[in-house]
Write a protein that binds this ligand. Structure first.
Ligand SMILES: [Zn+2]
Length: 426
């Protein structure tokens, strides 16, 4: 048992989602890392006089972020400029990913640095694409297990349309997926395997079929892939799959959609496909810093939402330019504004925390309510004097949150907790 005090700022787990801003509030965290009670320090101390107290005073306690789309190898190529997705993949991404193979001190250091960056930015769960290499993916899982944050991690499957060193033949890919599945899927409550066909052009139909079958055999694995990011990609899909009525049907036909599938981007999508996404409760990970960087397009948040598609947020490093979900939220705000359909601060926080967890089937993550996991970040607004000044002039909880969305960054993250344990303190 321990007591942690601060100012809570989080989404209450209800629909429609509600923001709670609650100063001088104490969380009682039980020995399983769960929030057992919430209230005043004096009251909780009376009931649990022996529990140690950590008093963060006026610091904000915000749920840890869920980054639902990020590429481990691509941290080495943030800001690699190219005219659009396909030339960017060829010129920078594939050569970078070729270096991410095997077990070595270099790869171990890279995995730790990747985790350092996630935690520095308040991310407590990440959906990660490793490279197509088994050993480096295994190593990444190991580092996540050791460091204690949550990870839905996948070895990227690709068997065509990339340089030979990145391609893994179907039979090898499936046996490597099975090895990762046996070792890491559900290793503890924090880790899960995502089957990760890079995107349809990188995988032959029989590879996608085999991955769909593997998911049917192990239905609690996740699936993650890219979808309808870029106009050039759409034309290529038409060439490769002339029989499919649209891009979504390619994934549909291999049983790759459903409530455990995360499709990154989903920008160029017809209403009919939005309906099918909603029917299958397939999750769309909106990655605005990436979409703006590659000029991919402006995501139709409100329209997707009206259809009932679950929307979550991803940084998509390294086409994405930041590990920060604050930065991701503020770019998502601007993208929606450009479409003439502005978002509220609570919509953005929910998509980075509680709604993301709900979409992923994690019913006790993403809020600071009783019964939830004690996964949170401690935010010190004084780390940025401009943010402190702006927060002081805010007249509501929504305005405080808006100030954070537009001004907070890794300088403000003082500490990060997952499952009741402090994983990082600055
Ligand atoms: Zn991506």
């Amino acid at each position: 048992m321990q007591l942690v005090t601060g100012t809570l700022l989080h989404c209450l787990p209800k629909s429609p989602v509600q923001l709670e801003h609650s100063p001088e509030t104490t969380l009682l965290i039980d020995d399983h890392g769960r929030i057992e009670a919430k209230g005043s320090l004096a009251d909780l101390q009376k009931q649990h006089p022996k529990a140690p107290v950590i008093d963060y005073k006026d610091r904000l306690l915000v749920p840890g972020f869920l980054d639902t789309h990020i590429h481990f190898p691509q941290m080495d190529m943030i800001g690699a400029m190219a005219p659009s997705l396909l030339p960017w993949l060829e010129k920078y991404t594939f050569p970078t990913e070729m270096g991410f193979r095997g077990r070595s001190d270099l790869m171990l250091k890279a995995a730790h640095q990747f985790v350092d960056e996630l935690l520095a930015n308040g991310t407590t769960l990440a959906c990660v694409y490793s490279s197509s290499n088994h050993d480096v993916t295994d190593l990444l899982f190991e580092v996540f297990a050791q460091r204690g944050l949550r990870g839905i991690i996948g070895k990227t499957s690709m068997n065509r349309h990339a340089p030979a060193p990145l391609l893994v033949p179907l039979a090898d890919d499936i046996s490597q997926q099975k090895a990762l599945l046996q070792r890491w899927h559900g290793f503890d409550q924090r880790l899960a395997l995502a089957l990760t066909p890079r995107f349809a052009p990188s995988c032959t139909p029989d590879l996608m079929h085999a991955l769909g079958e593997l998911h049917a055999e192990y239905p609690d694995t996740y699936i993650q892939t890219h979808y309808a990011e870029n106009v050039g990609e759409l034309l290529w899909i038409k060439e490769l799959f002339p029989e499919a009525r649209d891009y979504l049907e390619v994934y549909e036909s291999f049983q790759l959609l459903g409530p455990r599938t995360i499709l990154a981007h989903g920008i160029h999508v017809e209403e009919d496909a939005m309906q099918r996404l909603a029917q299958t409760q397939t999750i769309i990970s909106h990655c605005p810093t990436s979409n703006l960087f590659l000029g991919s397009g402006l995501f139709a948040w409100r329209k997707m939402e009206e259809h009932g598609v679950p929307i979550v947020l991803g940084t998509d490093v390294g086409a994405g330019t930041s590990f920060s979900l604050w930065q991701t939220m503020n770019e998502a705000y601007k993208v929606a504004a450009l479409r003439g359909t502005p978002l509220q601060p609570v919509d953005l926080l929910a998509a980075a925390t509680w709604k993301a967890a709900q979409a992923l089937g994690l019913t006790d993550v993403g809020s600071l309510e009783v019964g939830y996991q004690a996964d949170f970040q401690v935010i010190n607004i004084r780390a940025r004097p401009l943010l402190e000044r702006r927060v002081k002039s805010a007249s509501s909880a929504a305005e405080v949150l808006a100030a954070l969305i537009h001004l907070a960054d890794d300088r403000c993250v003082e500490s990060v907790w997952v499952n009741g344990k402090q994983l990082r303190s600055s």
